[in-house]
Design a binder for this molecule. Structure first.
Ligand SMILES: CC(C)(COP(=O)(O)OP(=O)(O)OC[C@H]1O[C@@H](n2cnc3c(N)ncnc32)[C@H](O)[C@@H]1OP(=O)(O)O)[C@@H](O)C(=O)NCCC(=O)NCCS
Length: 140
């Protein structure tokens, strides 16, 4: 079992390195700016999972008043398939339920078969929608 708590600023470097190991960092998403944005909006829903003092997992949850959202779910490659991703998602789900969030949405990059299978196993289904986006601020 991992110990779960909210992100603290002292975690920043370890979290960014974890995301890099997990292949979640892209040029158009500066992870440091993403963390700063999250810490100014429902920062308490940005969770880290620890084994001892070592951060091995993260998830960024949020509730916009209509849907809950999940981003930056990551489990260290050397600690996968041990139930940590599921444990972290259960905690994110619990916190969103407390806020009376009726449904969680999330986006998975096309081709990320591992994540799609993981989410199916924990009760998510593919919605019949096309995901659209519009960038308002460039990180590049
Ligand atoms: C997706 C990810 C978070 C899963 O974390 P994890 O800790 O390995 O997952 P868990 O051990 O909690 O697995 C929960 C269930 O999903 C299944 N599962 C997890 N990864 C799987 C995979 N690659 N293929 C098939 N099933 C998988 C487990 O077998 C388990 O099933 P069960 O409950 O029926 O036994 C992890 O692989 C990861 O960090 N991937 C890289 C980052 C990423 O893609 N994040 C998602 C961005 S949208």
């Amino acid at each position: 079992m991992i110990r779960i708590r909210s992100f603290q600023w002292a975690d920043e470097q370890a979290v960014v390195e974890l995301w890099q190991r997990c292949g979640l960092v892209r040029p158009w998403n500066d992870p440091h700016r993403d963390i700063a944005r999250k810490m100014s909006t429902q920062g308490e829903l940005f969770l880290v999972g620890l084994l001892g003092d070592v951060i091995v997992a993260t998830v960024m949850a949020g509730y916009d008043g209509h849907r809950g959202w999940i981003n930056y779910l990551a489990v260290d490659p050397s600690h996968r398939k041990l139930g940590y991703g599921k444990q972290l998602m259960h905690e994110a789900e619990r916190l969103l339920r407390v806020m009376e969030c009726p449904k969680i949405n999330l986006q998975v990059r096309a081709g990320n078969a591992d994540a799609l299978e993981f989410y199916r196993r924990i009760g998510f289904a593919v919605d019949d929608v096309v995901s659209m986006g519009k960038r308002l601020e460039s990180d590049e």
